[in-house]
Every structure is written in C-alpha cells, then in structure tokens.
Design a protein around this ligand. Structure first.
Ligand code: A5P
Length: 232
C-alpha cells in the first residue's frame, strides 16, 4: 500500500472528527498517518481527547502534543479511527498485524463508532488469507497451542498452521505481556463460530477477528476514497 493512499484514507476519516470529541486513536502505519494529520489540526487549535490503542500510538501522540486520556478516566468514546489487515463486505475485519489487537478491540468496544481506514487491497471476499492473530497468555503456551490446534481441526481447518510471532527464541510480546500465535487458515467461512470456540480456551486472551465492530470504512484506491457503512 502506498503511503499516499494511506494518507488519503486518513484524510477522509479526519473530516469526521469534530472539535471536543473523545477519540480512540488506532495503531499501525495507516493509523499513524491519521495521527500525524490529527497532530497538525491540534497544533492549529483543534481540541480532542485521544485514547491511544497501543504504547506505540501513545508515544506518537505525545510527540505530536495530542492531549491524551485513558479508558479509566474516559470510559466512553465518540469514535475510534483504526486500520485493518482485511475487510469484508459486511465490515468484518482481521486486525492485529501490528500486535495491538487486544487494546484495539477494548477501545473499539468502548466507542460509539469505529471508522476503519485502509487501501482497497485490504478488501476481501472472505476473511482469512491474512494470518489470524491469536493473543495468548505465555503461561502454558504449549497446552494452549494444542487446544487451539484441536479446535481448528474440529472446525475443518485441517491444513491450518500456527506460528509463534517472533519465534521461540525471541517471541513478540504485546503491550499486555502476551504472545501471539498467527493462524494460517486460508479462508474463514464462519467467523462467529471460530471466535466462540477459540475464546473458550482459557489461555486465549483475544483474537484478531472484529465482528460487528466497524461502522464505517474508508478504502482508498486509484479512483479515490470509497466509503462503506454498516447501515448501507
Ligand atoms: C495493529 O495491531 C493492527 O490491527 C493494524 O491496525 C493493522 O495491522 C493495519 O496496519 P497497517 O495500517 O500498517 O496496514
């Protein structure tokens, strides 16, 4: 995805941000473009309260002097703007390529609207070509991994493979101190069923399927920015 397209999608979303909003601020390279544009507006006197979805985003916001709060002080937000790894026609998403899925989902759940910004290469017919991130507690990793493999096999993902992000020597650690198993599934025909079954495993903290969260999507492509909305 070219940087120019990320900026176009970010610019479209910025138009939806109003003075005084309590705003969730996403994670990833597209969300970073949004944050930089927001930083310029704030420098010009625009007032928002930002709730970052990761430590990386928090640091970028601080560099840009964007006023921040936390969900503890500000538990209900007007909107969150965030990127995605895949988007389908029903505005279901895979997120977590950057590893921030847990905080991203907590912030999205606390927001009245979730606006996704992406280039149109992220739009897919069926979710699942992008490896699904599964955030897991490091305790009992092998047992959790085995339980996930059994669930996946029972759901018909016979060829699925799980990869510990970062590798066993130096696993990637999330802001919450967890590991990520990336599940190569190929296609996910029933995300709701998969969601229920993996979340039933005690060691699974969260997964990167965002079902029923996104209310609007801005997709930037060669012909401009297209808007998709859940209400049509
Ligand atoms: C971060 O954990 C992710 O959910 C990102 O929002 C997602 O990976 C999109 O990132 P890019 O905008 O860098 O493609």
């Amino acid at each position: 995805m070219s940087r120019a397209l990320k900026i176009e999608a970010a610019r479209a979303a910025l138009e939806w941000v109003h003075d005084g909003m309590k705003l969730g601020i996403g994670t990833g390279s597209t969300a970073d473009e949004f944050t930089r544009l927001l930083g310029k507006k704030v420098a010009d006197g625009f007032q928002i309260t930002g709730i970052p979805t990761s430590e990386n985003t928090r640091m970028l916001c601080e560099e840009l002097s964007i006023p921040l709060s936390t969900l503890d002080k500000t538990p209900r937000l007007d909107m969150v703007i965030d990127g995605a790894d895949e988007v389908d026609r029903n505005l279901q998403l895979i997120k977590g390529g950057g590893g921030a899925l847990l905080r991203e989902k907590i912030v999205a759940h606390a927001s009245d609207k979730m606006v996704v910004i992406a280039d149109d290469s992220k739009q897919v017919e069926t979710l699942g070509a992008f490896p699904l991130p599964l955030e897991v507690n490091p305790f009992g990793l092998a047992a959790t991994r085995l339980a996930i493999e059994i669930v996946l096999a029972n759901l018909g993902f016979g060829n699925a493979t799980l990869e510990l992000r970062g590798g066993t020597q130096n696993p990637f650690t999330t802001d919450g101190g967890h590991f990520i198993l990336d599940a190569n599934l190929g296609a996910i025909p029933d995300g709701a069923m998969l969601s229920r079954q993996v979340l039933d495993i005690p060691g699974v903290v969260e997964h990167g399927l965002f079902l029923g969260y996104a209310t609007h999507v801005f997709l930037a492509g060669a012909d401009g920015v297209r808007q998709l909305s859940r209400d049509g």
